[in-house]
Design a protein around this ligand. Structure first.
Ligand code: ADP
Length: 487
């Protein structure tokens, strides 16, 4: 082992292309790659879901561990990320991770009953790495979201020399809250269970543990770092976050240009770049054909790819669809989640089959086709820690329409007359979470869509923005060094 290289264990419950349900999966692929390019020895630790074991290359057994007396012994495997060189450690424990359904929920959408143990084990093994129990001895354990967030608590109570911890919050709304008895069940020190620790109103909060005990806390955009210190967005942890302000940093996510690049994207009907934006139209035609939408060239096609949850503001979109159809737009939605929202959307598709397309499910390939084929992309989120699709959209010449919140506000520049004049506009922004405001904003975008010259300028400005991970990866490296050098 070259001891001068920074050693980081990146712990996560999902990482593309092994397993992905949302932005966390994309980030946990792209950021480690960017760090490796900057010569950091970063390795991943993931649960051994069936799809992870199927997709991982060159797997071998690394170690065998008994974490809990009642649990089968766990095999720690090591493999290589497909198409990359990043080593990935995988926790092989079939009774916890190999089942039909998603990483967090069963096929009916219900959280797995034993999530506290499933992710308690993930956090515990990360802590064992932190105590240097295995061959790879990281200086930093980089935890991502609640599923990994009790690692800092275990290390804070460890009597061994151990690694420093970074807690990255990708979404405050998911905290991993469980009954108090879970503390004993997963073997946390009883003295950690109080207000000045991991207790949250009589229950155990994984995320609070991470925020409370980590050496550094990050979130995925500068604006969201401010938002979460307020009662509206802090989900009950705003006061603690304000106290921890001195170690809270907002670092903007980037996008991986190997996966999201219209010039090389393998899923597109026609590749294009800022030098031949006109070729984008081939993707629009192909998308209309695929989704059985009317072939109306003069009408803008709006895309939306999203988890169907309250957060994403789909409830603002549903009531205005009839008005939008009258204004002259088409809409292509890809998403899954809340069953009532799915049903409302499917009804709208049945009512306007040539103008509205709704695909329920998770479809990586179609998501790329929508990014390339749509003219505009809708993200009317109630809150948005960073958001990746607005950045994918801008780099695909697809103009985002977003609410001014979190990372959306950090990344999109509104097409005000002044910004258009200064050639810095990249999208359309509305302020309040309100269907009327959204409707007006879309109408504003449609008007400009018909002005080909201004529209092309918006596309060029977005497509030439730098959304790469380079800058952000360097910020993480500074934070790693800062943590290592601070007692
Ligand atoms: P979040 O992490 O809150 O879901 P982000 O915008 O950060 O939102 O990231 C969402 C990621 O998940 C994007 O890569 C998006 O394309 C993808 N995604 C979301 N829903 C689907 C879906 N139904 N099918 C394919 N990809 C999806």
């Amino acid at each position: 082992m070259n001891s001068s290289r920074l050693r980081v264990l990146f712990v996560t419950s999902e990482a593309y292309p092994l397993v992905k349900t949302g932005g966390l999966g994309d980030v946990c692929y792209a950021l480690p790659n960017a760090l490796r390019q900057l010569d950091v020895d970063v390795r991943l630790l993931l649960p051994g879901y069936s799809e992870v074991l199927e997709r991982l290359s060159l797997v071998e057994v690394h170690d065998s561990i008994n974490v809990y007396p009642l649990l089968e012994p766990i095999r720690l495997l090591v493999g290589i990320m497909p198409g990359e060189i990043t080593p990935v450690y995988v926790i092989d424990c079939p009774s916890l991770y190999q089942r039909d359904g998603g990483p967090y929920q069963d096929i009916t959408g219900k959280d797995w009953d034993d999530n506290a143990v499933r992710f308690g084990v993930l956090s515990k093994i990360a802590a064992l790495f932190g105590e240097h129990r295995f061959l790879f001895k990281p200086q930093i354990i980089h935890c991502n979201d609640w599923q990994t967030a009790i690692t800092p608590a275990w290390l804070a109570f460890s009597d061994q020399a151990h690694a420093k911890t970074i807690m990255s919050v990708h979404n405050m709304a998911y905290q991993g809250i469980f009954e108090a008895e879970t503390v004993g069940r997963i073997g946390l020190p009883p003295e950690s269970f109080n207000m000045f620790g991991l207790e949250f109103y009589g229950k155990l909060s994984f995320l609070k543990a991470g925020i409370y005990y980590a050496n550094q806390i990050t979130t995925v955009s500068p604006n969201y770092a401010k938002d979460i210190q307020t009662p509206n967005y802090g989900c009950g942890l705003n006061t603690l976050l304000t106290e921890r302000q001195y170690k809270l940093t907002g670092i903007l996510n980037g996008i991986d240009s190997k996966v999201w690049n219209p010039e090389t994207d393998i899923y597109l009907n026609r590749n294009y770049s800022v030098r031949n934006i006109s070729a984008k139209v081939r993707n629009t035609q192909a998308l209309r054909n695929k989704l059985n939408l009317a072939n109306s060239k003069q009408v803008p096609l709006i895309g939306m790819i999203t988890r169907l949850t309250e957060q994403k503001g789909i409830d603002l979109v549903i009531p205005i669809i009839p008005m939008l159809i009258k204004t002259g737009v088409q809409i292509a939605i890809l998403g899954s989640g809340d069953k009532t929202l799915e049903m409302h959307l499917q009804r709208l598709e049945a009512r306007y089959p040539k103008q509205v397309s709704v695909t329920i499910g998770y479809d990586e390939q179609l998501s790329h086709k929508i990014e390339a084929g749509a003219n505009m992309f809708l993200m009317p989120s109630k809150f948005e820690p960073c958001g990746l699709n607005q950045m994918y959209s801008m780099s695909y010449g697809t103009i985002p329409i977003v609410r001014r919140t979190g990372g959306l506000a950090d990344t999109v520049t509104d097409a005000t007359p002044e910004n258009i004049q200064n050639k810095i506009a990249t999208g359309f922004i509305f302020e309040r979470s309100n269907a009327n405001e959204l409707l007006h904003c879309i109408e504003r975008a449609v008007k400009i869509f018909h002005n080909k010259e201004i529209w092309k300028q918006l596309q060029i400005t977005g497509m030439t923005r730098d959304f790469s991970w380079q800058k952000s990866a360097k910020q993480y490296i500074s934070l790693y060094h800062h943590s290592i050098n601070t007692i």
